[in-house]
Design a protein around this ligand. Structure first.
Ligand code: 2AM
Ligand code: CA
Length: 268
Protein backbone atom coordinates (compact mmCIF):
# COMPACT_ATOMS: atom_id res chain seq x y z
CA UNK A 1 0.00 0.00 0.00
CA UNK A 2 1.33 3.49 -0.81
CA UNK A 3 2.52 5.56 2.13
CA UNK A 4 -0.55 7.77 2.34
CA UNK A 5 0.41 9.13 5.76
CA UNK A 6 3.65 10.59 4.41
CA UNK A 7 1.71 12.37 1.69
CA UNK A 8 -0.74 13.73 4.30
CA UNK A 9 2.18 15.00 6.36
CA UNK A 10 4.10 16.49 3.47
CA UNK A 11 0.99 18.33 2.24
CA UNK A 12 -0.06 19.54 5.71
CA UNK A 13 3.44 20.83 6.49
CA UNK A 14 3.58 22.69 3.17
CA UNK A 15 0.17 24.25 3.81
CA UNK A 16 1.28 25.24 7.31
CA UNK A 17 4.48 26.89 6.08
CA UNK A 18 2.43 28.97 3.61
CA UNK A 19 0.10 30.08 6.41
CA UNK A 20 3.04 31.27 8.49
CA UNK A 21 4.70 33.03 5.53
CA UNK A 22 1.50 34.91 4.69
CA UNK A 23 0.43 35.61 8.26
CA UNK A 24 1.34 39.29 8.35
CA UNK A 25 0.14 40.25 4.89
CA UNK A 26 -3.33 38.73 4.53
CA UNK A 27 -6.55 40.58 3.99
CA UNK A 28 -9.73 38.85 4.95
CA UNK A 29 -12.89 38.48 2.91
CA UNK A 30 -16.25 37.54 4.34
CA UNK A 31 -17.80 34.35 2.91
CA UNK A 32 -20.82 34.90 5.12
CA UNK A 33 -21.49 36.78 8.35
CA UNK A 34 -18.30 36.46 10.43
CA UNK A 35 -17.06 33.65 8.16
CA UNK A 36 -13.68 34.66 6.80
CA UNK A 37 -11.51 33.39 4.01
CA UNK A 38 -8.08 34.83 3.29
CA UNK A 39 -5.56 34.53 0.47
CA UNK A 40 -3.71 32.21 2.85
CA UNK A 41 -6.57 29.67 2.99
CA UNK A 42 -6.58 29.61 -0.80
CA UNK A 43 -2.77 29.45 -1.24
CA UNK A 44 -2.49 26.69 1.36
CA UNK A 45 -5.22 24.66 -0.34
CA UNK A 46 -3.61 25.07 -3.81
CA UNK A 47 -0.25 23.83 -2.50
CA UNK A 48 -1.82 20.87 -0.70
CA UNK A 49 -3.82 19.90 -3.79
CA UNK A 50 -0.71 20.07 -5.98
CA UNK A 51 1.18 17.70 -3.66
CA UNK A 52 -1.68 15.23 -3.24
CA UNK A 53 -2.77 15.09 -6.86
CA UNK A 54 0.88 15.13 -7.98
CA UNK A 55 1.32 11.83 -6.12
CA UNK A 56 -2.16 10.40 -6.71
CA UNK A 57 -3.54 11.92 -9.91
CA UNK A 58 -6.57 9.60 -10.07
CA UNK A 59 -7.82 10.47 -6.55
CA UNK A 60 -10.55 12.99 -5.79
CA UNK A 61 -9.76 16.14 -3.84
CA UNK A 62 -12.22 18.23 -1.83
CA UNK A 63 -11.01 21.14 0.26
CA UNK A 64 -13.07 23.66 2.21
CA UNK A 65 -12.36 26.25 -0.47
CA UNK A 66 -13.23 23.91 -3.36
CA UNK A 67 -16.25 25.15 -5.32
CA UNK A 68 -19.42 23.30 -4.23
CA UNK A 69 -17.38 21.41 -1.63
CA UNK A 70 -20.38 20.24 0.39
CA UNK A 71 -22.26 19.02 -2.69
CA UNK A 72 -19.15 17.17 -3.86
CA UNK A 73 -18.71 15.50 -0.49
CA UNK A 74 -22.32 14.33 -0.57
CA UNK A 75 -21.62 12.31 -3.73
CA UNK A 76 -19.85 8.94 -3.59
CA UNK A 77 -16.17 9.28 -4.43
CA UNK A 78 -15.18 8.11 -7.87
CA UNK A 79 -11.40 8.57 -7.79
CA UNK A 80 -8.98 5.67 -7.55
CA UNK A 81 -9.82 3.37 -10.44
CA UNK A 82 -9.26 -0.30 -9.67
CA UNK A 83 -8.18 0.35 -6.07
CA UNK A 84 -11.51 1.70 -4.86
CA UNK A 85 -12.66 5.25 -4.40
CA UNK A 86 -10.18 7.58 -2.76
CA UNK A 87 -10.99 11.13 -1.70
CA UNK A 88 -8.78 13.64 0.07
CA UNK A 89 -10.70 15.85 2.53
CA UNK A 90 -8.78 18.98 3.43
CA UNK A 91 -9.12 22.06 5.58
CA UNK A 92 -6.24 24.29 4.45
CA UNK A 93 -6.72 26.55 7.51
CA UNK A 94 -8.85 25.49 10.45
CA UNK A 95 -9.24 28.45 12.77
CA UNK A 96 -9.29 31.33 10.30
CA UNK A 97 -10.70 33.72 12.91
CA UNK A 98 -7.72 33.06 15.20
CA UNK A 99 -5.39 33.41 12.21
CA UNK A 100 -6.65 36.83 11.16
CA UNK A 101 -6.44 38.07 14.74
CA UNK A 102 -2.87 36.83 15.19
CA UNK A 103 -3.84 34.16 17.72
CA UNK A 104 -1.64 31.08 17.35
CA UNK A 105 -4.33 28.34 17.54
CA UNK A 106 -4.91 27.27 13.95
CA UNK A 107 -3.96 24.25 11.89
CA UNK A 108 -4.03 22.44 8.57
CA UNK A 109 -6.04 19.21 8.33
CA UNK A 110 -5.44 16.62 5.59
CA UNK A 111 -7.24 13.26 5.47
CA UNK A 112 -7.67 10.44 2.97
CA UNK A 113 -11.03 8.68 2.77
CA UNK A 114 -11.62 5.41 0.97
CA UNK A 115 -15.19 4.22 0.48
CA UNK A 116 -16.41 6.23 3.48
CA UNK A 117 -13.58 5.27 5.86
CA UNK A 118 -10.69 7.54 6.86
CA UNK A 119 -7.43 5.73 6.10
CA UNK A 120 -4.93 8.37 7.16
CA UNK A 121 -4.99 11.86 8.62
CA UNK A 122 -2.65 14.62 9.71
CA UNK A 123 -3.34 17.84 11.62
CA UNK A 124 -0.38 20.23 11.58
CA UNK A 125 -0.06 23.28 13.81
CA UNK A 126 2.68 25.40 12.22
CA UNK A 127 3.17 27.71 15.21
CA UNK A 128 3.72 25.00 17.77
CA UNK A 129 5.36 22.83 15.09
CA UNK A 130 3.12 19.99 16.23
CA UNK A 131 2.26 17.30 13.73
CA UNK A 132 -0.56 14.96 14.84
CA UNK A 133 -0.81 11.86 12.67
CA UNK A 134 -2.77 8.64 12.44
CA UNK A 135 -3.29 5.82 10.00
CA UNK A 136 -6.07 3.30 10.42
CA UNK A 137 -5.09 0.42 12.70
CA UNK A 138 -1.57 1.75 13.28
CA UNK A 139 -2.04 4.19 16.17
CA UNK A 140 -1.60 7.94 16.40
CA UNK A 141 1.42 10.05 17.20
CA UNK A 142 2.49 13.61 17.89
CA UNK A 143 5.89 14.43 16.38
CA UNK A 144 6.66 10.71 16.47
CA UNK A 145 5.56 10.12 20.08
CA UNK A 146 2.54 7.78 20.49
CA UNK A 147 -0.70 9.53 21.46
CA UNK A 148 -3.00 8.36 24.21
CA UNK A 149 -5.99 10.13 25.73
CA UNK A 150 -6.32 10.96 29.43
CA UNK A 151 -7.87 8.54 31.90
CA UNK A 152 -10.50 11.04 33.07
CA UNK A 153 -13.74 9.21 33.90
CA UNK A 154 -15.90 11.86 35.53
CA UNK A 155 -17.26 15.04 34.05
CA UNK A 156 -16.70 17.00 37.24
CA UNK A 157 -12.96 16.36 36.81
CA UNK A 158 -12.92 16.99 33.05
CA UNK A 159 -11.43 19.85 31.07
CA UNK A 160 -13.89 20.15 28.19
CA UNK A 161 -13.88 21.98 24.87
CA UNK A 162 -17.12 23.14 23.29
CA UNK A 163 -17.42 24.71 19.84
CA UNK A 164 -20.20 27.09 18.90
CA UNK A 165 -21.21 28.63 15.58
CA UNK A 166 -20.71 32.32 14.93
CA UNK A 167 -23.63 34.61 15.76
CA UNK A 168 -25.48 31.88 17.61
CA UNK A 169 -28.86 32.90 18.98
CA UNK A 170 -29.21 33.14 22.75
CA UNK A 171 -32.00 30.55 22.91
CA UNK A 172 -30.18 27.96 20.79
CA UNK A 173 -29.92 24.36 22.00
CA UNK A 174 -26.16 24.66 21.56
CA UNK A 175 -26.02 27.46 24.16
CA UNK A 176 -28.08 25.30 26.51
CA UNK A 177 -25.64 22.40 25.99
CA UNK A 178 -22.71 24.73 26.58
CA UNK A 179 -24.17 25.99 29.87
CA UNK A 180 -25.04 22.50 31.11
CA UNK A 181 -21.58 21.19 30.34
CA UNK A 182 -19.91 24.23 31.86
CA UNK A 183 -21.93 23.71 35.02
CA UNK A 184 -21.10 20.00 35.28
CA UNK A 185 -17.41 19.88 34.32
CA UNK A 186 -14.22 21.27 35.82
CA UNK A 187 -13.79 23.95 33.15
CA UNK A 188 -14.62 24.67 29.50
CA UNK A 189 -12.46 26.00 26.69
CA UNK A 190 -13.41 27.45 23.29
CA UNK A 191 -10.19 27.35 21.34
CA UNK A 192 -11.29 28.25 17.80
CA UNK A 193 -9.99 25.20 15.95
CA UNK A 194 -12.05 22.02 15.89
CA UNK A 195 -9.16 20.02 14.42
CA UNK A 196 -6.86 21.04 17.27
CA UNK A 197 -9.55 20.31 19.88
CA UNK A 198 -9.74 16.75 18.57
CA UNK A 199 -5.95 16.38 18.62
CA UNK A 200 -5.65 17.85 22.12
CA UNK A 201 -8.16 15.28 23.31
CA UNK A 202 -6.09 12.54 21.67
CA UNK A 203 -3.03 13.97 23.45
CA UNK A 204 -4.68 13.98 26.89
CA UNK A 205 -4.70 17.80 27.11
CA UNK A 206 -8.49 17.91 26.99
CA UNK A 207 -10.81 15.23 28.37
CA UNK A 208 -13.94 15.80 26.28
CA UNK A 209 -15.28 17.80 23.34
CA UNK A 210 -18.77 18.70 22.15
CA UNK A 211 -19.53 20.46 18.86
CA UNK A 212 -22.59 20.82 16.68
CA UNK A 213 -22.70 21.52 12.96
CA UNK A 214 -19.07 21.17 12.02
CA UNK A 215 -18.02 20.25 8.49
CA UNK A 216 -16.33 17.09 7.23
CA UNK A 217 -13.00 18.86 6.64
CA UNK A 218 -12.93 20.04 10.29
CA UNK A 219 -13.07 16.48 11.63
CA UNK A 220 -11.92 14.00 8.95
CA UNK A 221 -8.30 13.76 10.14
CA UNK A 222 -9.02 14.47 13.81
CA UNK A 223 -11.62 11.74 14.18
CA UNK A 224 -9.12 9.07 13.12
CA UNK A 225 -6.45 10.58 15.40
CA UNK A 226 -8.95 10.40 18.30
CA UNK A 227 -9.89 6.79 17.57
CA UNK A 228 -6.31 5.66 17.10
CA UNK A 229 -5.39 7.32 20.42
CA UNK A 230 -7.98 5.10 22.13
CA UNK A 231 -10.57 7.86 22.68
CA UNK A 232 -14.23 7.81 21.65
CA UNK A 233 -16.06 9.95 19.12
CA UNK A 234 -19.73 9.64 18.19
CA UNK A 235 -22.58 11.82 17.15
CA UNK A 236 -24.22 13.91 19.89
CA UNK A 237 -26.95 11.25 20.31
CA UNK A 238 -24.40 8.43 20.64
CA UNK A 239 -24.88 7.05 17.12
CA UNK A 240 -21.87 6.61 14.80
CA UNK A 241 -20.47 9.95 13.68
CA UNK A 242 -21.76 11.07 10.30
CA UNK A 243 -18.75 12.67 8.62
CA UNK A 244 -21.06 14.55 6.24
CA UNK A 245 -22.89 16.28 9.13
CA UNK A 246 -20.63 16.06 12.18
CA UNK A 247 -22.42 16.90 15.44
CA UNK A 248 -20.04 15.28 17.81
CA UNK A 249 -19.35 14.15 21.34
CA UNK A 250 -15.81 12.95 21.97
CA UNK A 251 -14.26 11.81 25.22
CA UNK A 252 -11.10 10.22 26.54
CA UNK A 253 -12.87 7.31 28.26
CA UNK A 254 -16.08 5.37 27.80
CA UNK A 255 -17.35 6.36 31.24
CA UNK A 256 -16.89 10.07 30.56
CA UNK A 257 -18.41 9.71 27.10
CA UNK A 258 -21.50 8.04 28.57
CA UNK A 259 -21.89 10.77 31.20
CA UNK A 260 -21.69 13.54 28.58
CA UNK A 261 -24.21 11.76 26.33
CA UNK A 262 -26.62 11.39 29.25
CA UNK A 263 -26.48 15.10 30.03
CA UNK A 264 -26.99 16.04 26.38
CA UNK A 265 -29.88 13.56 25.98
CA UNK A 266 -31.80 15.25 28.83
CA UNK A 267 -31.76 18.52 26.86
CA UNK A 268 -33.29 17.16 23.64
P1 2AM B 1 -14.81 27.53 18.78
O1 2AM B 1 -14.22 26.15 19.01
O2 2AM B 1 -13.97 28.62 19.35
O3 2AM B 1 -16.25 27.62 19.17
C1 2AM B 1 -13.58 25.89 13.30
O4 2AM B 1 -12.80 24.81 13.55
C2 2AM B 1 -13.93 26.68 14.55
O5 2AM B 1 -14.88 27.64 14.17
C3 2AM B 1 -14.57 25.86 15.65
O6 2AM B 1 -13.62 25.33 16.51
C4 2AM B 1 -15.46 26.91 16.30
O7 2AM B 1 -14.75 27.73 17.18
C5 2AM B 1 -15.89 27.77 15.15
N1 2AM B 1 -17.15 27.41 14.49
C6 2AM B 1 -17.61 28.06 13.41
N2 2AM B 1 -18.81 27.57 13.04
C7 2AM B 1 -19.11 26.57 13.88
C8 2AM B 1 -20.22 25.69 14.02
N3 2AM B 1 -21.27 25.76 13.19
N4 2AM B 1 -20.21 24.78 15.00
C9 2AM B 1 -19.18 24.72 15.84
N5 2AM B 1 -18.11 25.55 15.77
C10 2AM B 1 -18.06 26.46 14.81
CA1 CA C 1 -11.02 26.50 7.07
Amino acid sequence: MPDYLSTCEKAARKGGSILVEMRDSVTRHEKGPNDFVTEADLASQDAIRDIVLGEFPDHQFVGEETKNALERLALPASGGGRNGSFRWIVDPLDGTTNYVHGLPSYAVSVALEQDGQILAGVVYDPNAEECFRASRGCGADLNGKPLKGSDCKRLKEALMAVSLPVKISRDSIEITRFLEIMHACQSVRRLGSAALNLCYLAAGRLDGYVAGNLKAWDVAAGMLIIQEAGCLITSIDGSPLDLRAPRLTAAATEMLHTEILEILAQLE
